[in-house]
Each structure stands twice: as structure tokens, then as C-alpha cells.
Design a protein around this ligand. Structure first.
Ligand code: NAD
Length: 293
């Protein structure tokens, strides 16, 4: 049993912290939202009044925050000045590669081991403890973090040096955003050519156009009963989150000189969709905008 501090108890962090409690770890929880802390306490965590209080006795510190600015802030003001010597720092938020590498350097200067460990799998995976973790940081730190990550996920991958976990996450989600648009365009064209959606699904899901966006998350109602299309595009994974990740990918493309024209187009289309009042809809709902609805 380890002493774990958990900061950021939202849609993802809440269930992840609950799984650490279930695994008998001593979890001290903090979030700016008192309601989120109260829910964590119901699941077995101990309440901290501040982030500084949460981290002061912890052997392992996990953060699950919205974006790079929150992570920089919390590490600079709360974690690094107050964590005890030898604590292992794990940031699971999805943030820009530059912020991840900056915070890792600052942590090292302050004498701490740190990894970036963003996740894939959504709220369902966080609740079930089946997340995929993409980890950046030294091999030895990865080895130390693995047992705790295994209590929250099933697939734990070491992606290389600090920031590489974020790099893997951004590349994955850029592929996902583009492939969802591709599948949506295929179904719209099929509809206009008089093809039945189920018949098109039966063909493509066993043909060379098959992909995760089609097989697990089909954007039209019917073929995949669990997909958000069957519940009026309630998330799931919100369009706002997809746009955030596509913009992170564009930022990384510009910084690294990579040409990602379809990633850029996907970011533009998701930006239009989000700004059309769909930020809270599932990202697969973009088919409705593409279909002119
Ligand atoms: P969320 O908005 O539900 O939760 C974020 C939490 O952080 C909130 O409860 C907020 O109060 C808290 N917070 C913000 N600033 C804080 C601070 N300074 N100190 C303490 N708490 C603070 O977001 P989420 O859906 O849980 O996502 C968290 C991260 O996981 C994001 O980076 C997101 O991109 C990533 N992610 C989300 C999903 C998903 O499906 N929701 C999937 C994979 C990755």
C-alpha cells in the first residue's frame, strides 16, 4: 500500500482515484471543486484542504488536470515546493509536449523523478480500470510507476523520454479526429448514392477501409449499438476535447516542422463544429455538420 496524492478529480481523475482506493492505496485527494473531493471521499479517499497539504506526505503524486497551464501552475506552486524527498511524480493530463518537458526538467532540478502518462480509453476506461497509459520519462521511473498505473489501466506503454507520452497521445488523437471525419464522409456519400448504412458498415468493417472510428464508434445510429450516435451524440469524448487535442497536434507540427495538412483540416472542421454550439456533444456528432444538418 502506497501513500498517494491525487490532484484533479474530474470525469477522469475521479474514477482513477477511486480505483487506487479500491486497490487499498492510501489516497489523499484535492480538487478546486469541493463536490469532486466529496465524491472521492465517498469512494474511500482522504480529503485535503489544499494541493500542498495533499502532497506533503505522499510517496506518489498523480495529477489529472485540464491543460498545460494548470499542470505548470500546480507543479510550480504546490507540488515541487511541498512534496517530500523521493516522491514519484506522475502527470496523467493531456497537455502540450513543451509544457510536459518543461515541468519534467523543473522536477529533476528539484530532485524528483517524474513521468508524463496521458491516457486513452475515456471515462468508461477510467471507471473500469482499463485505460491505456502512454508514458514518457526515464526507464527506471517508468518501472517504479508501472505497478500503480496497472491499478488504473490495462495497457502500459513506455514511449521514450520525457514528453514522449504526450507526443504519442497527440499523434493518436490526430489520427482519430481525421479518421472520424473520413468515416463520416463515407457514410454521407453512401447515403446519397442510395446505400443502406448497415450494409455499408458490413462491407467496410471487413474491408480495407475499416478502422476504430467505424468499428467501435460508428457515427451513424444502428450498426454499433454502444456508439454515441444511438444516444443523440451524448459523450463519450466531447468535441471540445477533440479540438483541444487537434490544436495541440497543430502546435507540435508547427514546432517540429512536420507537415500535417489533414490534421490542420480536421482542426478547422472541429473548430467550426464546436463554435456551432456543439462543444459538449460527442466528437462523432461532426457527421451532422458535414451532412449539412
Ligand atoms: P475535467 O474537467 O472533468 O476534470 C479536471 C479537474 O481538474 C476538475 O475537477 C477541476 O476542478 C480540476 N482542477 C483544475 N485546476 C485545478 C487546480 N489548480 N487544482 C486542483 N484541481 C484542479 O476533465 P477530465 O475529462 O477529467 O480530463 C482531465 C484530463 O484528461 C484532460 O487533460 C483531458 O484532455 C484528459 N483526457 C480526458 C478524456 C475524457 O474522455 N474525458 C480522455 C482521455 C484524456
Amino acid at each position: 500500500m502506497a501513500k498517494v496524492a491525487f490532484i484533479g478529480l474530474g470525469n477522469m481523475g475521479g474514477p482513477m482515484a477511486a480505483n487506487l482506493c479500491k486497490a487499498q492505496h492510501h489516497v489523499t485527494a484535492f480538487d478546486l471543486s469541493e463536490a469532486a473531493v466529496a465524491t472521492a471521499v465517498e469512494k474511500g479517499a482522504h480529503k485535503a484542504a489544499t494541493a500542498a497539504e495533499a502532497v506533503k506526505d505522499a510517496e506518489i503524486i498523480v495529477t489529472m488536470l485540464p491543460a498545460g497551464k494548470h499542470v505548470r501552475d500546480v507543479y510550480e506552486k504546490d507540488v515541487l515546493p511541498n512534496a517530500k524527498k523521493g516522491a514519484l511524480l506522475i502527470d496523467c493530463s493531456t497537455i502540450d509536449v513543451e509544457s510536459a518537458r518543461h515541468v519534467a526538467v523543473e522536477a529533476k532540478k528539484a530532485g524528483f523523478e517524474m513521468i508524463d502518462a496521458p491516457v486513452s480509453g475515456g471515462v468508461g476506461g477510467a471507471t473500469a480500470g482499463t485505460l491505456t497509459f502512454m508514458v514518457g520519462g526515464p526507464e527506471a521511473s517508468f518501472g517504479k510507476a508501472k505497478p500503480i498505473l496497472e491499478k488504473m489501466g490495462k495497457n502500459i506503454v513506455h514511449a521514450g523520454e520525457s514528453g514522449n507520452g504526450q507526443a504519442a497521445k497527440i499523434c493518436n488523437n490526430m489520427i482519430l479526429g481525421i479518421s472520424m471525419i473520413a468515416v463520416s464522409e463515407g457514410f454521407m456519400l453512401g447515403k446519397r448514392l442510395g446505400l443502406d448504412a448497415q450494409k455499408l458498415f458490413n462491407v467496410v468493417s471487413t474491408a480495407s477501409g475499416s478502422c476504430w472510428s467505424l468499428v467501435n464508434y460508428c457515427p451513424v445510429p444502428g450498426p454499433v449499438p454502444t456508439s454515441p450516435a444511438n444516444r443523440d451524440y451524448q459523450p463519450g469524448f466531447t468535441a471540445a476535447m477533440m479540438l483541444k487535442d487537434l490544436l495541440l497536434a497543430q502546435q507540435a507540427s508547427a514546432a517540429s516542422g512536420a507537415a500535417t495538412p489533414l490534421g490542420a483540416e480536421a482542426a478547422q472542421l472541429f473548430s467550426l463544429f464546436v463554435n456551432g454550439g456543439n462543444a459538449g456533444k460527442d466528437f462523432s456528432g461532426i457527421i451532422r455538420m458535414l451532412d449539412g444538418k
